[in-house]
Design a binder for this molecule. Sequence first.
Ligand code: B12
Ligand code: SF4
Length: 534
Amino acid sequence: MGRKRRLEATGSAKGYGARMTFQDKPNKKPGRIVMIYPQQGFSGTYVKHMPLSLLYAVSEAVKAGYDAVILDTRVAPDWKGDLRRLLAEGTLCVGISVMSGAPIRHAVAIGRFVKSLAPDVPVVWGGPHATFDPLSILSGDPNCDYVVSGYGAHTFHLLCDALAAQKSPSDIAGVSWREEGGIRSNAKPAKSFEHIDFRDIPYRLISDYGVYGQLGQGRRIFSMYSAYGCPYRCSFCSSPAQYAEIDGKKWLALSATEVVDHIEHVVKTYGANYIYFIDDDSFPSLKHVEAVIDEIAARSLAVKLGFRGARINEILRMSDEFLDKLTRAGTDILHIGAESGSDRILALLRKDCTSEDILACNRKLARHAEITAAYNFIMGVPTETLDELKATRDLMLRLVEDHPNCLVFPPNTFRPLPGTELYELATREWKRPMPASLADWENIEVEGSFSGAWQDRKKQSFGHLLLIASYFVDNKAARVKPGLGWFGWLAKAIHFVYRPFALFRLRHGFDAWLWEYPVYRLLSRLLSRFNTSA
Ligand code: B12
Ligand code: SF4
């Protein structure tokens, strides 16, 4: 089937002029792989990092000789035109990387568009949603043919070989597909971490790294791992489920030499000046991070650093000297899971800390203000009471009071992800069917409606207030850089005018007539749409 498809597609490209085909280049693999990054939810309007997921997923296939192209719809204003041209040139398959939530909607639209032009080109989904719930994809989207769950590089290479040879993927671990009117699945959790040598990451597939970044900061951000996995078991998080079957230790640090060789490579080849460590958690071993920053200093690499995985119990272990060293190394942000102001909820979430610990860490971090302490929160977990939500409100206010330069991220609305401990609790507690279909997953947005029907009206209303006020509780607007133009000025103006009212509402729990919430929903939808063209 793969060969037939390819020939048809190549045939349709005749009017396009001569591009080499498989037959012309016997050393090349058949057909081209088109890897697509869909538009993200609201958070994707202000953070657009390079689509590392696609670079990783396609790396082995590219190494084996497949021709591949990356189409990032977030930064391609005419992605449909681009895709139309690509499909006309002979395509082995289209791969899409999908997170749960809003990206599903766009991935479905991409699949529909592909099939409307080239019904025989297989569409493959991979990424976090494909890992957590592959069957919801195949049963919910008739245009998706294959789903790759878990680590993608090896599996996707094997799948491409199977497609090229017109074989069933029945012997490929990690793939789910449709066959004889039913759905078959070989998805199972990985036994070991995937390791891709940085020299095999096909960075060259992206021609312009200047389009990526966040909030108009004008940095050349490169995302990378310094460690794989996570040794903790936070009950809401998908990572423990993902690593459940990993043999041996659940956290594996890469050597400082390897990490810094990688950094040196992207600095020298692509002009990277900011390294964003996407580790689930970088700090289970402080020595690991210390070795990395020592090596960066030894090679005099001019990069700033950001870490997305830091835990309160780890920050408690950091000395002022360690934090000074992180600062000298150019670290400007630590993403920290504070999650809740209630000790009962913190214990339920298995955060291994109390709200007092969070405050103590925050005071410590206030002494190192060049590093932005950026706190994540979660709300709406099963059994959480209104008073416990208010404790989170109190914690947010205290954090900013003690450390005016900290960042309070908009709280994530709890989503019951299959395989997590809280999924089980939510099922028992709420006695409602959990999200199951693709449409369910598309609509359960962390930044969106406060778990809808799962919460009583009072909690919903307070949750909405917490979400709105979180945008104003700290000095976010002051951080908006001039590079954002009119959007930046608008954000600053809204902040200036509305902040006192938001703080009044928050402090007094005044969530009546919360007209701001529908306005926020409308604006966030408009911004997501304005940013993209579905
Ligand atoms: C960067 C990032 C983002 C960026 C977006 C990505 C970008 N490029 O700009 C931003 C900041 C916008 C973002 C937002 C969110 N994110 Co996020 N994010 C990440 C992060 C830190 C790195 C992603 C990455 O590049 N990973 C590296 C690549 C190599 O790994 P990978 O994506 O898993 O890809 C592998 C496989 O999945 C597979 N694969 C991936 N794509 C494809 C495609 C094909 C065709 C195939 C065959 C295989 C395949 O192969 C790859 C190699 O093995 C991950 C954590 C992590 N370490 O992965 C979280 C993570 C993906 N995010 C997560 C979450 C929860 C969110 C938010 C909900 C949080 C929030 N409140 O903001 C939002 C919601 C996004 C939305 N729904 O719109 C979860 C995913 C949960 C889920 N079920 O989707 C993760 C896993 C973190 C976690 N452990 O909770 N995120
Ligand atoms: S929330 Fe972070 S620390 Fe907790 S299990 Fe998930 S990745 Fe690990």
